[in-house]
Design a protein around this ligand. Structure first.
Ligand SMILES: NC(=O)c1ccc[n+]([C@@H]2O[C@H](COP(=O)([O-])OP(=O)(O)OC[C@H]3O[C@@H](n4cnc5c(N)ncnc54)[C@H](OP(=O)(O)O)[C@@H]3O)[C@@H](O)[C@H]2O)c1
Length: 312
């Protein structure tokens, strides 16, 4: 079978198409024929190295959807190593069934970023009626879904994006105000009449994190869920008091789906939202499996919107 392997850590150039033996499922595992692979920003961290994800040499990626080999059973997953491949040996308890009416592509596009957006809006800071929140990188994979979910919960969203095209997508997802990154905390204070926001959802990190603290209302929550621009500088905890008794969280989807029951519950909630039409899944681009390198280049160059898929 064909797979995308990285033999060493580094830039997109370390991704290579290789022929690998068909994986042999172990106890509790099944062989899955992969139809669509989900590309996530975490794959960039895995490829770069630094202790995140699999160590090279390895097949990269963790998300996808397809059929259990020899059956018509359609399944999706968000946390199985070695997912950029035509076949995968998948632990049964990490698979979720894809409901009728949802395609494999939509399932692969929705699961990881959708469950993330779901726990962010419902648990990290449960968005309430009329709450102001900031969603950074709102035209990205997580951002477009989080904006929709925050709005569905009655919140008011201030979205950041880097281009006008992305701003239009964020507006389409329901954002009340779309602004650029420069001076976003001050702009937020103006928009909210000096109050600030109840929560900042920050997957950008280094270039936004510290300024985001200045955009929070008293007792507001800074939720740092990723670091697309790099890890933020260290934060002395003593600054949180005078800044308004602020909270900081560094959540992961792994924590919120740490048992098979939590995974199934979160996936069901997500698929219900998709099935009812409350959540629109935007597939921004599809690449053949062998073009994984180009998908990474586009993602890191900030040239993408919504979800990226590899089709195997
Ligand atoms: N903690 C969790 O559970 C969890 C789960 C899933 C994803 N995440 C995190 O969520 C974030 C978004 O992931 P995603 O897969 O949906 O990616 P994405 O948002 O589709 O892509 C990243 C976006 O970040 C923005 N960005 C700002 N500064 C950047 C920089 N210096 N380099 C690259 N991008 C930059 C870009 O949007 P603009 O051009 O509009 O700025 C870019 O499109 C990532 O940090 C990821 O690690 C966390």
């Amino acid at each position: 079978m064909r797979a995308i392997v990285f033999e060493r850590n580094g830039g997109p150039e370390v991704l290579e198409l290789q022929n690998r033996p068909t994986p042999i499922p172990g106890d509790g595992e099944v062989l899955v024929d992969v139809e669509a692979v989900g590309v996530n920003y975490r794959d960039v961290y895995e490829r770069n190295g630094g202790g995140y994800g699999s160590a090279p040499p390895a097949i990269i990626g963790v998300e996808g959807a397809g059929k259990i080999a020899g059956t018509d059973e359609r399944v999706a997953w968000a946390h199985i190593d070695g997912s950029y491949a035509e076949q995968i040996a998948a632990p049964r308890d990490k698979l979720v069934a894809i409901p009728d009416g949802v395609s494999c592509k939509v399932a692969a596009a929705a699961l990881l970023q959708g469950m993330t957006a779901h726990y962010l809006a419902a648990d990290s800071y449960p968005v309430g009626q009329d709450d102001w929140v900031i969603v950074h990188a709102a035209a990205g994979g997580v951002g477009l879904l989080l904006t929709q979910l925050a709005k569905a919960r009655g919140g008011r969203v201030i979205a950041t994006t880097s281009t006008e095209e992305k701003a239009n997508l964020a507006r389409g997802a329901g954002a009340d105000h779309v602004i650029g990154y420069a001076g976003f905390a001050e702009r937020t204070k103006e928009i909210t009449g000096g109050q600030g926001v109840k929560a900042v959802y920050d997957g950008v990190g280094k270039t936004t994190f510290l300024e985001g603290l200045n955009a929070l209302a008293p007792t507001g929550r800074m939720i740092l869920y990723g670091a697309a621009s790099g890890q933020p500088d260290p934060l002395p905890l003593s600054t949180l008091g005078p800044a308004g008794s602020l909270y900081v969280q560094r959540p992961t989807l792994q924590t919120y789906t740490r048992t098979p029951e939590l995974l199934q519950e979160r996936a069901r909630a997500l698929f219900d939202l998709i099935g009812s039409g409350a959540l629109d899944i935007r597939i921004g681009a599809q690449y053949p499996l062998e073009a994984a390198r180009r998908a990474h280049e586009d993602l890191e160059a900030r040239n993408t919107t919504g979800k990226l898929l590899l089709i195997s």
